[in-house]
Write a protein that binds this ligand. Structure first.
Ligand code: CO
Ligand code: ZN
Length: 331
């Protein structure tokens, strides 16, 4: 699993520019799906199984896009100005390294660092080593992701795009592990989540599921003076109760909790004050779908060093396999 994580987290794929990561995921799942398609927005949708007696059409969603930057202007000296794609914080930009979709690399500079003051995004620029507009290999509209190698710190795994590639890994591992299911499973690797949960909207409409489950990272409350939050790294995957985008269906929460208890898998309950997932899009599609979310506690979300715990990842795979291998009765 570790080599798969390393492979997927290091690929750039800002929202709307997911072709490289989509191709990589497709290579990993092609022998484990009964049918694979890519919809008009670029969502990768893989079906496994056919609905049998007592089975449901279930949509799982893990987004493969990540936050990034888009060039707005290159000045006469070859410095590129940019806007954020998704939730970019200037705090985590300065000195960072970026990788453009065409392979160009760059570093992020700032006009002037004033002590005690956080620069605005508009005061930052990307330096790709060019000296004028003509020898600058990137231009208006080009996009980049942050570049950081995958890092292992004991049981903790660190990367620039754990949000949400770790969920893609969990979905892939579950897909490989599930051998027998009464359900028709649609593993969706969705696009454009970071710019407003867009890919999952069309994917959910197309799949038309009976039940939905998003898989995404969530915050943790276990770092110095962090926000008060119950979830912590290493205490198990989290069953989402609510975030600011949707309220998980209590029947789905109950099903997830009971399955975890029966299988002896540690779990935590998650109440996230601010943040959203693909669960919102699935729940609100068509006439509405019972939907929940399996979350992976993560530190430093939307920084180039997002951290998860290896045991939570493994337990998330186990829980997902247990959830999807048996008939479901939503009480
Ligand atoms: Co995110
Ligand atoms: Zn996410």
């Amino acid at each position: 699993m570790k080599s798969l994580i390393k492979k997927l987290v290091e690929i750039p794929g800002p929202s709307g520019f997911e072709e490289q990561i989509r191709a990589a995921v497709q290579r990993e799942i092609k022998d484990h799906a009964d049918e694979i398609k890519v919809d008009a927005l670029g969502n990768l949708i893989a079906r496994k199984g056919k609905k049998k007696d007592g089975g449901l059409r279930i949509m799982l969603s893990a987004h493969i896009d990540e936050i990034g930057l888009m060039v707005t202007h290159v000045d006469d000296n070859g410095f590129a100005r940019f806007i954020g794609i998704g939730g970019i914080n200037p705090l985590t930009c300065y000195g960072g390294r970026v990788l453009f979709m065409n392979g160009t690399r760059g570093v992020i500079g700032v006009e002037k660092l004033e002590s005690g003051k956080l620069p605005k995004l508009a005061q930052l620029f990307i330096d790709v080593g060019a000296s004028n507009q003509d020898n600058c290999p990137i231009g208006v509209g080009d996009v980049c992701g942050f570049e950081r190698p995958f890092l292992e710190l004991g049981d903790r795994l660190v990367a620039k795009s754990m949000d949400d590639r770790i969920a893609a890994v969990i979905a892939i591992e579950a897909m490989r592990a599930i051998t027998d299911t009464p359900h028709e499973l649609y593993f969706v690797f969705s696009v454009q989540e970071e710019v407003g949960i867009r890919g999952a909207i069309t994917a959910a409409y197309g799949v038309d599921p009976d039940l939905g489950l998003a898989i995404d990272v969530t915050r943790s409350g276990d770092t110095p003076k962090s926000v008060k939050m119950e979830t912590a790294l290493g205490k198990g995957p989290a069953v989402k109760v609510r975030d600011s985008s949707f309220i998980a269906d209590p029947r789905v929460v109950n099903w997830m909790v009971e399955t975890a208890k029966q299988a002896g898998i540690p779990y935590q309950l998650e109440v996230l004050e601010a943040g959203g997932t693909d669960g919102r899009a699935i729940q609100l599609t068509r006439a509405g779908v019972p939907t929940g979310c399996l979350s992976i506690p993560c530190r430093y979300i939307h920084s180039p060093s997002e951290m998860v715990d290896k045991n939570d990842v493994q337990n998330a795979v186990k829980l997902l396999v247990a959830l999807l291998s048996q008939p479901i009765k939503l009480g």
